[in-house]
Write a protein of this length. Structure first.
Lengths: 259, 378
């Protein structure tokens, strides 16, 4: 946890005359799980999509893994893209490829390795995220929601990235599957030494896996820090979110679990 | 930062030692793999081996998997392999990778070419049977829906039907007029060019008139509508199927045939005869234009010859066919749309199928009509 892996300064993003992100600054340190939270339409996904380069920047700077992405050349950008993995909200698996082929896709593009090693690697990755061998040759349409997310995570990890972006990893999963997925992220983060940037709505995830949390409201980052720092924030949205009825229930449950 | 991986043997004492060094990472996997395979074959016959990983500076799942491969190759020969000095986190990663079941991936075996050819033929035959069944089913459902709507006219979706007539009829007029006009020109030009040799210029008008009214007009328009509107029906219904919209309709107690299929097919049945008429007129106009400019035949003579050459029967033959062709195109397109499965690839495949099959069936139907009309002297 030394230098920041993601270093965003005064980022401004907008569509037409609407400004979605208004001078957002955020730092994500190496080896931490950073959770980003905010209401629907607050621009969380916009922030993620801007960092990974899918949306244009109006102002400010983005530095990822030591490279200024807003000014980087095509080849510099591709070098960085090879070092991160992204889990999209709906998985975004290629529907014409099997689970195994989906995981092999980035390997095929970027690494010059033998088909045998590619098979071994893809199978190992799928096993690591908890997909059993019988499901390796299934197509995305035949996979359940939780399995789709797991396969998508395996694909995001295919090239052993240093940094992983997760867009609402637990949305659409039942609480048990979501809990398992949180645990999986925790385990993989430890064994692979990942830095995780995660957008989430899930209070459980925020409490149990995130090292630090950022709160986005009104196009700005209104609070950053550990859970206790966030809870101390006076911002009305933060109060409503973390002191609401559901949050209180989650808090007491987690308190019970730890005691 | 990345150091080329290496494996060197440094033996002291009874057990053979291998010293590993460098970056055992994804980027170096192509270099590391031959090293591992070489080490596995070179150490064959050594009852025990110690791999010293102290020199390894970077280690990821690729390195771990290859290390596991070496270990497995040796244990398959009943030889022991010890691994030592894996640094901190690498140890954890390696044990995680070791837990995954060995060599899970078995590549799918490709069957022999003759066998797969037969298999393909068999599947295609069964698929053809399924398709026929699906068409018959769709026709039956449509008939049932028509009966239901006639019994209860309030259930008829007039707005939807007019919307689809606008889309498949009105908006198709410019392209239909353009294409049929050009084909009319081409037929007339070819007629004059070849008939002139026999001094049979005058009969070009007979050929143009009969050919266009009986066959070309309706066939050309049907093929264009199959490509233009049939494909869009399949794609629409297919993506609705993919996004469970059709299931949603069903759960609300609405029949997707009533709501989606009937307005679409009815719109085609209404629009195609109109388009056929417009297309035939455009083709006749094109033929007349070429007769004037290229064949040197004045418009008055062209029209007089046309009056003699064609009768209402020829016109009827063409127009009678149009609604049946529309029905075939609509049923094929909707049936294919409902067969779409979850993937984007399947949507594309069914759309292609819809166009290919409906054009094929339109031509087959045209042949059947030709036999029918010939036998009733029309």
């Amino acid at each position: 946890m030394s230098e920041p892996i993601i270093h965003v300064r005064d980022l401004v993003v907008g569509f037409g005359d609407r400004v979605v992100l208004d001078h957002v600054s955020v730092d994500v340190m190496g080896g931490e799980i950073f959770g980003f939270v905010g209401g629907s339409g607050s621009g969380k996904s916009v922030l993620l999509r801007t960092i990974i380069g899918l949306l244009a920047v109006r102002g400010g700077s983005i530095e990822v893994l030591g490279t200024r992405l807003d000014t980087a050349s095509g080849s510099e950008r591709r070098a960085i893209e090879r070092r991160w993995g992204i889990l999209f909200q709906q998985g975004a698996l290629f529907s014409s490829l099997t689970a195994l082929q989906n995981v092999q896709f980035p390997m095929r593009e970027y690494l010059h390795i033998s088909p045998r090693l590619m098979d071994e690697m893809a199978a190992a990755k799928l096993e690591m995220v908890g997909i059993r061998a019988v499901d390796h040759n299934k197509f995305p349409a035949e996979l359940s929601g939780g399995m789709t997310k797991r396969v998508a995570l395996a694909r995001a990890l295919a090239l052993d990235p240093e940094l992983v972006f997760l867009d609402e990893p637990t949305s659409g999963l039942d609480p048990i599957a979501a809990g398992d997925f949180d645990e999986l992220i925790r385990t993989l983060q430890k064994t692979l030494g990942l830095t995780v940037f995660m957008i989430t709505h899930d209070l459980d995830s925020l409490y149990t896996v995130c090292d630090r949390i950022g709160v986005l409201a009104d196009g700005r980052v209104v609070a950053v820090g550990g859970i206790s720092t966030i809870l101390a924030s006076p911002h009305p949205w933060v109060q409503a979110y973390f002191r609401g009825r559901r949050a209180t229930i989650v808090q007491s449950r987690i308190a019970n679990r730890t005691s | 930062m990345s150091i080329t991986p290496s494996i060197t043997s440094g033996g002291d004492g009874d057990t053979k030692r291998l010293m590993a060094a460098g970056s055992w990472t994804a980027a170096n996997a192509n270099l590391l793999e031959p090293l591992i395979d070489a080490a596995a074959s070179k150490t064959a016959g050594e009852p025990s081996l110690l791999i010293d990983m102290a020199g390894v500076t970077q280690f990821d799942t690729y390195g771990a998997c290859l290390l596991k491969r070496l270990q497995q190759a040796r244990s398959a020969r009943n030889e022991a392999t010890g691994i030592t000095a894996l640094q901190g986190r690498f140890e954890e990663l390696f044990s995680e990778v070791q837990e995954t079941p060995p060599g899970a991936a078995a590549r799918e075996q490709k069957a022999g070419s003759l066998r797969s050819a037969f298999e393909f033929l068999g599947r295609a035959t069964i698929g053809f049977g399924h398709d026929l069944f699906a068409l018959a089913e769709m026709l039956g459902l449509l008939c049932r829906s028509v009966v239901r709507v006639m019994a209860n006219p309030r259930a008829f979706r007039l707005t939807s039907t007019t919307y689809h007539i606008d889309r498949v009829g009105w908006q198709a007029v410019p392209i239909i007029v353009l294409i049929t006009f050009l084909i009319g020109c081409i037929i007339a030009q070819q007629g004059f060019f070849h008939f002139r040799k026999f001094g049979a210029d005058a009969y070009v008008v007979d050929m143009v008139g009969i050919l266009i009214l009986r066959e070309i007009g309706v066939l050309l328009v049907a093929i264009m509508v199959a490509g233009r509107s049939g494909s869009s029906y399949t794609a629409e219904l297919g993506s609705m199927k993919m996004r469970e919209e059709i299931d949603a309709l069903r759960t609300m107690g609405l029949d997707p045939i009533d709501v989606l299929v009937l307005p679409r097919v009815l719109a085609l049945v209404i629009a195609l005869p109109i388009l056929t008429f417009i297309g035939s007129m455009a083709a006749l106009y094109g033929g007349g234009l070429v007769a004037n400019l290229y064949g040197g035949m004045s418009p008055d003579i062209y029209i007089a010859r046309l009056k003699e050459a064609i009768s209402v029967t020829h016109f009827q033959v063409g127009m009678i066919k149009a609604p049946f062709m529309a029905l075939v195109i609509g049923i094929v397109a909707c049936a294919q749309g409902f067969q779409v499965k979850g993937s984007a690839e399947s949507l594309g495949r069914q759309t292609t199928n819809a166009v290919v099959k409906s054009i094929f069936l339109v031509i087959v139907l045209d042949g059947l009509f030709a036999i029918f009309f010939a036998s009733i002297d029309m």
